[in-house]
Design a protein. Structure first.
Length: 610
């Protein structure tokens, strides 16, 4: 590997660690000469042996009896593959890798975890910061570090760091676990393994006994509850992905007579701990139902144990289930599931073997006090034309840069699919992808779906909005709208303002004369929250057409639709000139949305199933 490649990999790795583990930035920045203590020898491309230099950085003979090997003298990849094969990885939930060194073992183990059980994860603990820094110059750690299956602990003595982690997060030790050493078993490594095995045998019994006490508490609570007919149902939102929607949905449940609670925290840590973290929040809240948004984080162990209690498990997809990499395992762990778009229900039924239901989103905001249905509305004080939402550029730029480094040909295949879809959307992105060479590289889920949908949405929104730029367009949202390299000529339309959802958005929607809605590509045949929110605020809505809109609204009476950039421009010009007609439609749309398209109406479907 040449110095340029090495520096490129290093900077990308350091940037990622800066985002995910900012607490380690100072330690890594202080490394000035990482090779002063180690000798690296290249065996083949992407394969290096490593041994420790003697005192004061002096070279040692690797063939001498006293040589302290970290990786080698044989092929490090073969040694790592042997360790993975011998550790019975398919039956384990937690893998603790002490001293991963240059990273051969985690890089060999992680691809298996991605194929394995939904709850498998890996704790990496390395005290040799300079050695880890060297690994960042040799290997791309993006997949491993970005994954919420991985937690990195850097710079601490391994035994103490691991024991502290287990003591602070005791549920992590409950499932079957394996302790592995990522370096050759020299004296220090053997000591670490002996101490860990001894301490884990003590800790595991203590924590297992405590977990049985938790289960007894839960069982006793629900037995008592069975004799209380006036019990108020409690819905627990588990790690909600969309905070701005979770609040209004919670209010919908409360309006229907339920109580609600939220279980939040460090998302990466929660997902890492998920096999038994349900013990903590179930005993703390004693819910009647657990509600997940987009992904169920209940492990197989949790699924099995919870089945003895009268707790319903509910999963509501507010994004494409293919985008969030839904698995059959998590679908088996839920009692009922709902999708914001009916297009995804056949796929989810095939995955789960269960019938699901279509449950759209709703209005999550209330109109301003002076702009309600019974008020005499004031004049609108905002721009003639407005679009509030994501440009969608920022969401795929990082992964695009990553894949351009890893596999530029794959990126070219994906980009060609986007261009073909934009020219002719009669074939879906998935259909096009499954006919392309990209199908041999990755399945249509996760990164592939995110990239294709976000890039398609980005170009589509640019194309539509450029066609009305000269009609007084103002955009609202993240700073990506102001970046010329992404927003192009629309950068001059950016308001510089990202409105707070419930606090500021009602004013933006009401004061804008014509609110434009351009759907995200994942809305195959569904409305998005923007449709309902604009109407609830009393705004006039000009939205891209979807057939499902005709099932819920009267087009031309509650809202107006367009299908092409040319039709969008034509209707913007028309409704800017016809204020009375525009205001009549806005009034009717608000009245309908506030009566029929609010979350208290949506959650009735869930409560009936409870």
């Amino acid at each position: 590997m040449n110095d340029t490649d090495s520096q490129g990999i290093l900077q990308n790795n350091l940037a990622l660690i800066g985002q995910l583990y900012p607490q380690y930035k100072k330690a890594l920045d202080s490394v000035t000469d990482p090779e002063s203590n180690y000798t690296i020898q290249q065996l083949a491309p992407d394969s290096y042996t490593c041994y420790k230099k003697r005192r004061e950085g002096k070279q040692t003979d690797p063939a001498s009896p006293g040589a302290e090997w970290i990786h080698g003298p044989g092929n490090p990849w073969e040694a790592a593959a042997k360790s993975v094969k011998e550790c019975d990885w398919q039956t384990q939930s937690l893998f603790i890798v002490a001293r991963p060194g240059l990273g051969y073992l985690p890089h060999s183990l992680y691809p298996n975890l991605r194929k394995g059980r939904n709850a498998q994860r890996m704790l990496l603990v390395e005290d040799r910061v300079d050695l880890f820094y060297l690994s960042l110059t040799l290997f791309d750690w993006t997949d491993i570090l970005r994954s919420d299956r991985t937690i990195l602990i850097l710079g601490e003595e391994p035994c103490q760091a691991i024991l502290n982690f287990i003591t602070t997060n005791p549920v992590s030790i409950l499932p079957p676990l394996t302790v592995l050493c990522g370096s050759e078993l020299m004296d220090d490594e053997q000591r670490i393994m002996v101490v860990l095995q001894r301490e884990f045998s003590k800790l595991s019994k203590t924590i297992y006994d405590a977990s049985k006490g938790y289960l007894n508490d839960i069982a006793n609570h629900y037995q008592t509850l069975a004799y209380n007919p006036s019990h108020q149902k409690k819905i627990l939102f588990v790690e909600p992905e969309h905070d701005y929607l979770a609040g209004p949905i919670s209010e919908g449940f409360e309006a229907a007579g339920c109580s609600t609670a939220f279980f939040k925290g460090n998302q990466r840590l929660l997902r890492f701990l998920n096999p038994y973290v349900w013990l903590v929040y179930t005993r703390e809240h004693y819910p009647d139902a657990l509600l997940w948004m987009n992904r169920c984080t209940l492990s197989p162990e949790g699924d099995e144990a919870l089945r003895q209690f009268p707790i319903k498990r509910i999963l509501w997809f507010l994004d494409s289930p293919k985008r969030v990499m839904t698995t059959a395992e998590e679908m088996r762990a839920v009692d009922a599931y709902y999708s914001f778009d009916p297009t995804y229900l056949p796929y989810l039924k095939e995955l789960s073997g269960k019938e699901g239901q279509y449950l759209p989103t709703a209005a999550g905001i209330q109109p301003l006090p002076e702009c309600g249905p019974e008020q005499k509305w004031r004049r609108r004080e905002g721009p003639d034309v407005g679009f509030m939402g994501a440009l969608a550029a920022q969401r795929f730029q990082d992964v695009r840069a990553f894949w351009l480094r890893r596999d530029p040909e794959f990126v070219r295949v994906l980009d060609a699919i986007v261009e073909e879809f934009l020219a002719d959307p009669s074939q879906s992105l998935e259909e096009r992808f499954n006919k392309s060479p990209g199908r041999d590289r990755l399945p249509y889920q996760g990164f592939v779906v995110l990239y294709l949908e976000e890039r398609t949405t980005y170009f589509k929104r640019l194309r539509y909005l450029k066609n009305v730029k000269d009609l007084g367009l103002t955009t609202y949202g993240a700073a990506e709208w102001g970046r010329t390299e992404w927003a192009d000529e629309l950068a001059s339309c950016y308001s510089g303002f990202a409105p707070q959802y419930q606090e500021e958005l009602p004013r933006v929607y009401f004061d804008t004369k014509v609110n434009i809605n351009i759907f995200h590509t994942q809305c195959v045949n569904s409305a998005n929250p923007r449709v309902y929110d604009v109407l609830a605020a009393g705004g006039f809505l000009l939205t891209e057409y979807r057939p499902v809109l005709e099932d819920e609204f009267k087009l031309g009476e509650h809202l107006v639709c367009f299908k092409t950039p040319e039709e969008l421009r034509e209707k913007v010009e028309y409704y800017l000139k016809h204020e009375d007609e525009r205001e009549t439609i806005a009034r009717a749309g608000q009245e309908y949305a506030l009566k029929h398209a609010v979350y208290s109406a949506r959650v009735k479907t869930i409560l009936e199933n409870l």
